[in-house]
Every structure is written in C-alpha cells, then in structure tokens.
Ligand binder design. Structure first.
Ligand code: ADP
Ligand code: MG
Length: 552
C-alpha cells in the first residue's frame, strides 16, 4: 500500500522553473554539471560523516558516481552513493531554492532581465536546471541515517511535486532519473555525456563512470609539483572551480612545509564578480584535509581584503574529523591563514615591481576590495606599497601613482604626503584649499572614495612621511617652498591694508560667532575670496560628512 503525497513548489521555485522552461538558453548541457556536482557534494558529506565516526548506513560502499543512459527509453540516470535524502529533506531541499546556485541566479535575474544567457552559465542554476532538458524527473533516495526509509520524489517541473515511500532494502545514496524531452535525446548518448563530463566535471574528487567506464581523472592538481603542471591545466581547474568562462588573471601555487604543512592553489579572476547592490557573500576558498574536502568556501583562510581570491587549500596537519564548527578556533588553520595572506600579498608586490602595468590592471579590477586591508597590521608596509591613487601629477582621472612614486617626486624638505577627498577632479579644481598647492607645485593625492581616507588615516604615515589632508596643511609648511613664477608677482600687504583687514576680520568673527574658532588673513588663496580651514587635530570635512551619516 504505497502512499503518494502531492506538494506545491514554493513560489520562487515556480518562478525559476518558469524562467528555465521559457528560456532559449542553448547551452543546456550544464544541467549535467549541476547534477554531478550535487552528487559530489552528497559524497563529500557522507565521507565527512564516516570520518567523524557517525553511524552511517552501508559504510563500506565505494564512493562514486555512475551514469547510464537508454535512448529508447529516453532516459538518463545519475546514481551516487552519497548521503541521500530523507523524505523531509527531499521536501525541503528539492522544493525550495537552496543557498547557492539558484538563489544567486534569482537575485541576478531581478537586476539583469535581458542577460539570461550569461547568468545561467556563470552561476549554475542548481538542481532545477534539469528541467531545461527533462519532461519528468524522479529522484529515488536512501538516506545514510540508519533509521530513515527510502523515498521517491518526482515532478514534471510544473507547479507540483510528488512524494512516495519506496520498498525498503535499497542501498545508500540517490538515483536521479531524467526522462528527456523528445528534442533533447542526445543527452542519452554515452559519447555526448563523456564529453560533457570531461569538459565540466573533470576535477570532481570521486570517480565518475559513464556506462561503466571511468571518465574523469581526479588529480589533486594542487598537490602536484609546480614544474609538472602547464598553465592550461591550471586554467582548466580554475574554470571547473569557479564556472568562470575566462582564464584566471593570476595563478598562485603554494607549497609550504613549516611551520605547518599545506598546499594551496589560488587564483585571481580577471573580472571582479562583485555586483554592486547585491551584497554577495565573498566566495572564500575550499578547504581540504589530506585530500578530503572539508569545507567549501571557507572565509577564515583569506581575509576580506583579498576576497577576490578563489582556490583550494589542503593540509596534512589538520585532523580529518575536524568539525566545521571548531575550525574557526583551530590554531593550525590560523597559521595557514596568516601564511596564505603573506604569500598573496608578496605575490602582488612582485607583480607590482616587475610588471607595473599588469599590476595596475589588477588594481583597477580588484583595488576597491584590496583597500579594505588597512586593518591588517602584520602586512601594513606591503599594503601601503601596493596602494594606488590618482593625484594632481596625473593628467586625468585614469592615472595612478604609488606612494613610493609620490615620495620620489616630492619637494626636498617636504615631510608630509598631502591628500584631498572629493567626488571628482573637477571638484578639486574648485576647492580653495588646493590653490596654494597648485601655486607651489606640491603634489596632492586625489581620494575619490571614503575608504581611501580611512586607509590613509589608519596608516598615519608612509615611511617617515605623515599623511595630511590639504585642509590640515599649515601654510608655514608650504611657504618654504618656492612659488611658481606667477605667484611671485603677488604683492605683500601694506600696514595700512593690514589695519583695514584687522577690522574686517573682527567683524566677520562677530557675525560667525561660535561657528568658527578663528578668522585670519591667508596667503594660501589667490582666486577664491575665502576658505574654511580645519584645526590640525580635527577631522577633515569629508570624514565629518561620513561620521555624520554613520551616527544617524
Ligand atoms: P545547491 O547544490 O546549491 O545546494 P541545488 O539546487 O543544486 O542547490 O540542490 C538543492 C539541494 O538538493 C541540495 O542542497 C541537496 O540538499 C539536495 N540534493 C540535490 N541532489 C542531491 C543528491 N544527489 N544527493 C543528496 N542531496 C541532493
Ligand atoms: Mg548544486
């Protein structure tokens, strides 16, 4: 006496299914990648349970993925020996949008209705992508939990799905039966499937068999010696890992033996995948222990300011049964993280020294994230060397200078590095504080983002030079520099003028009252009649604006 229960998909799944069904997306084969990656996730999870000594059904089953097909029956079947699904999990996990692929896809859709093609490929749409090729899908599963019974989930991808109990006696894992649409029967051809797996799933860490022939190669490429690897292999692995269609911008392969042992294969993408306004989580890096995947997207190994880094880290020095909860406090993990950060930063430093143009390319793409590193005291000096700014020495807003270059150009006897904050170069042209710097030909760093000023304030100095806002600049410091020719034509105040000015200043002070501390005659202005100056220890006006918003 079988019992069948019908359930409705959650609203957002219906919406997603609708988009997929109506999309003219041609690269439908990615659904195979999605199903194989789910199978691999399920295998990772069950291996994790076995390693930590949990009670697991069919403990000795080989961990593998098997794919078979039958064109006559229009059927493609993907079987794994992973952790399986209980009835409740089937309802919850296959009836709603899970955390990664599809959820991100839906967010993207909200913003970029027209660019469906690009988004499907880039993020992967998860399990539901199967409905691009299937008219019906049946998922039969036996959970690893000893007390759970087998269950079948099925749907034709319209509004509902059905659940049914199965006869007991199945082995652990999940079988996904994909009943193909009439015009998608090529997915029931073994050669086509082998080709798809080679291209999309070659680095999956479990054997994948198509009609009993193993198709993937499973090298833990990060553990191979560097000299044995070609850039193409790195690129292939990067694309497998990230779904990025471009090659990586930079590949960093690290092997460390002391004080902790680890291998890491890290990549910097060509394009930052930050979508402004989407508040995406940063991807993190995948943590392996002794070649076994422990955690995807670990965020503790790479600091936020290197958040663009993708890749894997593998250590012999962590226990296999480490729990994800205690990872964060693990000392070995902390050491690895410290070392990784140092290595990435010095890699960037090398690039900046040897290939400055290429470094600027990096900076334009990822500099916004990198700037967040002002809190990393351990790497502070290198961080400062790696910063880039637009400045009054550049011809346009595209030009970039390092602090080292600024110091090379600075005036003899100049002890400060000057900066000004604002929205644009045009705004700086109109800023009265800038007049004296133009007059004296003293370079000023242009800070376009609030973060720039936070970074400089946190650093306080570069080498022996203090960072100083033009608003805080003391005219005495600047007066010692020789003026440009034009400036020399200005005549000094006569004593008569001075008297008149003194009376005028008193009047201004009366009018402004407590709003200012002092009113004085300035030599810093030539075109503007007056300007507001900050006391030396006060906040700059842009910082005041930020604090004003923060405190609201
Ligand atoms: P994601 O993989 O990003 O979580 P998917 O849409 O690909 O999202 O899958 C949804 C969920 O369905 C998974 O999180 C998992 O819980 C479950 N699932 C899918 N395939 C399998 C499988 N082969 N074995 C066990 N669980 C699975
Ligand atoms: Mg998935």
């Amino acid at each position: 006496q079988k019992k069948t229960k019908q359930h409705e998909f959650r609203a957002e799944v219906k919406q997603l299914l609708d988009i997929l069904a109506n999309s003219l997306y041609t690269n439908k084969e990615i659904f195979v990648r999605e199903l194989v990656s789910n199978a691999s996730d399920a295998l990772d999870k069950v291996r994790f349970e076995i390693n930590r000594g949990a009670e697991v059904r069919d403990k000795d089953l080989p961990l593998e993925i098997r794919i078979s097909c039958d064109k006559e029956k229009k059927l493609l079947t993907i079987t794994d020996t992973g952790l399986g699904l209980t009835e409740e999990e089937a309802i919850n996990n296959l009836g709603t949008i899970a955390k990664s692929g599809s959820a991100e896809f839906m967010e993207q859709m909200a913003g970029e209705q027209n660019n469906l093609e690009g988004i499907i490929g880039k993020f992967g749409v998860g399990f539901y992508s199967v409905f691009m090729a299937a008219e019906k899908v049946v998922v039969k599963s036996q959970s690893y939990l000893p007390e759970a019974g087998p269950v079948a989930w099925s749907s034709d991808g319209s509004g509902v799905f059905e659940l049914e109990d199965l006869e007991p006696g199945r082995q652990r894992g999940t079988v996904i039966e994909v009943h193909l649409k009439d015009d998608e029967l090529s997915f029931a051809e073994a050669d086509r499937l082998k080709d798809i797996i080679k291209r999309h799933s070659n680095f999956i860490g479990f054997p994948i068999y198509v009609e009993d022939e193993q198709v993937n190669t499973i090298p833990a490429i990060w553990r191979e010696p560097k000299f044995s690897l070609k850039q193409e292999q790195y690129n292939e692995f990067y694309k497998f890992l990230t779904f990025d269609s471009q090659d990586p911008f930079e590949t960093i392969h690290i092997s460390v033996d002391a004080p902790v042992q680890f291998n890491a294969l890290l990549f910097i993408p060509q394009t930052s995948h930050d979508m402004p306004g989407f508040n995406q989580e940063r991807p993190g890096v995948d943590l392996y222990v002794q070649r076994v995947l422990i955690q995807k997207g670990n965020k503790d190994l790479i600091p936020e300011y290197l958040g663009f880094v993708r890749g894997v880290v593998d250590s012999e020095d962590l226990p296999l049964n480490i729990s994800r909860e205690t990872l964060q406090e693990n000392l070995v993990l902390g050491k690895i993280a410290k070392n990784l950060t140092k290595q990435v930063v010095s890699h960037l430093q090398k690039m900046a020294d040897k290939e400055p143009e290429r470094y600027l390319e990096f900076w334009r793409e990822h500099g916004k994230t990198f700037k967040l590193g002002y809190m990393d005291f351990a790497n502070r000096e290198r961080y400062a060397e790696l910063l880039r700014f637009n400045s009054s020495a550049s011809d346009d807003a595209e030009g970039l200078t390092s602090l080292a270059e600024y110091v090379e150009r600075k005036k003899t006897d100049q002890n400060d590095i000057y900066y000004v904050s604002g929205p644009s170069r045009e705004a700086f042209e109109l800023n009265p504080h800038m007049e004296i710097f133009r007059k004296k030909g003293v370079e000023v760093l242009y800070l376009f983002e609030p973060l720039d000023e936070f970074a400089l304030e946190a650093l306080a100095k570069y080498k022996e030079y203090n960072f100083k806002s033009v608003e805080h600049a003391d005219t005495k410091d600047l007066d010692k520099f020789e003026s440009t020719e034009e400036d020399k034509k200005q005549t000094p105040l006569s004593s008569e003028d001075k008297e008149v000015f003194d009376r005028f200043l008193e009047h201004v002070k009366d009018v402004l009252g407590d709003r200012v501390t002092k009113v004085k005659v300035s030599t810093r202005l030539s075109d503007s009649p007056c300007c507001l100056v900050n006391p030396d220890d006060g906040m700059t006006s842009s910082m005041q604006k930020i604090m004003h918003i923060v405190n609201k």
